[in-house]
Design a protein around this ligand. Structure first.
Ligand code: HEC
Length: 172
């Protein structure tokens, strides 16, 4: 084996690849101004809905544990604290005022942003409280009451700021 030939063989494709990547990046950069905005909106809607779905999944998991009386009550502490953490992402996820397209967000969110933020804070507080109730060994009644309170904070915001089910983008 000639080390010189070996280096050359390794270097040649890597240089070619670098040049090709350079071209690709340039092409992408040139394409951005025309398509960037539309892609942004699509991604923003997808992201905030995925975030809400995560919150929905933790909420559903808590309901499963209680409804089927699973011996997993301790897990509720984590599910509730996940909801509280995700509440901390909602502000940034909803910041972009997009209510057109495949979304159930009402334009009122951005007309009354302070109210929307207050609703997020209410959900966060209720989720933290539920998590603590479980951590402190609260009984079924206390946990059930905490879940109910948390659920009301979802409904409160949805009623105000989310399109009703029959108008949902999901039916379109
Ligand atoms: C501060 C307001 C607010 C609170 C609090 C809130 N939501 Fe939402 N939620 C929304 C809005 C607005 C949408 C619509 C988002 C969209 O379609 O772009 C939504 C959408 C959803 C969706 C549908 C996501 C999708 O895929 O389209 C689920 C599930 C959901 N929320 C669950 C919950 C649960 C569970 C809670 C309570 C633990 C909750 N939400 C609390 C505002 C809120």
């Amino acid at each position: 084996m000639h080390p010189t030939i070996r280096t050359e063989r390794v270097q040649t494709p890597s240089k070619r690849l670098q040049a090709r990547l350079g071209m690709l990046v340039l092409t992408l950069l040139l394409a951005l101004p025309s398509t960037g905005l539309a892609q942004d909106a699509e991604g923003t809607l997808k992201y905030r809905q995925d975030l809400m779905s995560a919150i929905g999944s933790d909420m559903a998991a808590i309901s499963d544990i209680l409804k089927f009386q699973l011996p997993l009550q301790a897990n509720i502490e984590t599910h509730a604290s996940n909801i509280a953490s995700n509440a901390g992402l909602m502000n940034s996820a909803f910041k972009a005022p997009i209510s057109d397209g495949p979304t159930d967000a009402k334009p009122e969110i951005w007309q009354d942003w302070a109210h929307f933020e207050k609703d997020i804070a209410k959900m966060k507080a209720a989720a933290e409280k539920l998590s603590q109730t479980v951590a402190q060994g609260g009984d079924g009644a206390a946990i059930g009451a905490g879940l109910k309170t948390l659920g009301r904070t979802c409904g409160g915001c949805h009623k105000e700021f989310r399109k009703p089910k029959k108008e949902s983008y999901k039916n379109k």
